[in-house]
Ligand binder design. Structure first.
Ligand code: ZN
Length: 339
């Protein structure tokens, strides 16, 4: 193992195996250790304790707006090719800060603490090598992580042009279950959704409600889900004309033998309000957490101005239009196996 990775890992002694040996328990212990030894992380969580939130009732679902000043780093991150090439990658093991520690998963991913948290317990889980953010070849690992962390956490993925602040370095994030409003709403939304496939091993439902059109996969079989994601990817690619990975955010969790995977196809990375001049500008850069119903903004004035109407406008812009979504769903029903 490379020395830069070796030095990161917490030893079993530091983890205190008596607290449990599954990945969720280990990550929880890592966070405690890092809050004690890493000042930047401690400051991040102190900032999180001060955030202000507001709950906005939409038609049939809720959005929580979070004013989180520390998120200025990611909300305003420059993710164009040139800026990415010029910066030192903050997820490469060799570039991590001296205080940072982690837990190895499947010999090629490291669970790290996110110093700019939105969740009460927020992790970033990068690949150990500098490789492009792509879901096609890594979705199986996302499912494995959701499974390994099921006791406390759920997983998120942001596509390279859909909110990932390191589009050039493969990574997931994890946060505590029960934090996102959508987790409580999903059963009702699925019940009102359109069933695209319902087989012995998997259910696929399209949810075209609440301005966040998305696809829900439910299955206890890893391989069925990987196959379904492939079909979902090609359906979105066809509907949007994207040549590379179609823009999307994904939430995944595992409960009582079943994975639930929510896939949000995107039409845009940032809403036009983000690029507006003067007072019209609202610094909001939606990613998976926002899809889950927690909209973060680093500026107080934007926090005050995020009304139901503005949220409707933002969501209407960044997610697929009804027409494109229907086109993708038609492709999905044709191509998902119905065994
Ligand atoms: Zn990197």
């Amino acid at each position: 193992m490379e020395p830069s990775i070796q030095r990161l890992l917490l030893s079993d002694r530091e983890i205190h195996l008596r607290d449990g040996s599954d990945l969720a328990a280990r990550a929880h212990i890592l966070l405690r250790q890092q809050k004690e030894t890493w000042p930047l992380l401690r400051a991040g969580y102190a900032g999180l304790a001060e955030v202000r939130t507001r709950t906005i009732a939409m038609d049939g679902f809720t959005i929580r707006v979070q004013w989180n000043p520390a998120r200025i780093v990611s909300s305003s991150a420059r993710v164009d090719d040139e800026s990415i090439r010029r910066r030192k990658c903050f997820l490469c093991p060799a570039n991590l800060l001296a205080e940072q520690r982690g837990i190895l998963f499947a010999s090629s991913y490291i669970v790290l603490c996110n110093p700019f948290p939105i969740f009460e317990e927020h992790f970033t889980i990068p690949h150990t090598t500098h490789t492009m953010q792509r879901i096609g070849s890594s979705f199986g690992t996302m499912l494995d992580l959701a499974h390994a962390m099921q006791k406390r956490y759920m997983l998120t993925y942001n596509g390279p042009k859909s909110g990932a602040s390191a589009p050039d370095h493969l990574h997931f994030q994890a946060g505590e279950k029960g934090f996102l409003p959508l987790e409580k709403e999903i059963t009702r939304l699925v019940a009102g959704g359109e069933v695209l496939a319902d087989t012995k091993t998997m259910q696929v439902v399209a949810v075209d409600a609440g301005l966040r059109r998305h696809i829900v996969l439910r299955s206890g079989e890893r391989e069925s889900l990987i196959g379904a994601l492939r079909v979902v990817e090609s359906a979105f690619a066809e509907a949007t004309g994207d040549k590379e990975e179609p823009m999307m955010n994904i939430l995944a969790s595992f409960d009582r033998g079943t994975w639930t995977v929510l896939i949000f196809p995107r039409a845009k990375h940032r809403p036009s309000m983000y690029f507006a001049q003067g007072d019209e500008r609202i610094l909001i850069s939606p990613a998976a957490v926002d899809c889950g119903g927690v909209l973060t903004t680093p500026l107080e004035k934007d926090f005050q101005r995020l009304t139901a109407d503005r949220i409707r406008e933002i969501f209407g812009e960044i997610f697929l239009s009804a027409g494109m979504f229907q086109k993708a769903c038609a492709h999905l029903s044709r191509n998902l196996t119905t065994r």
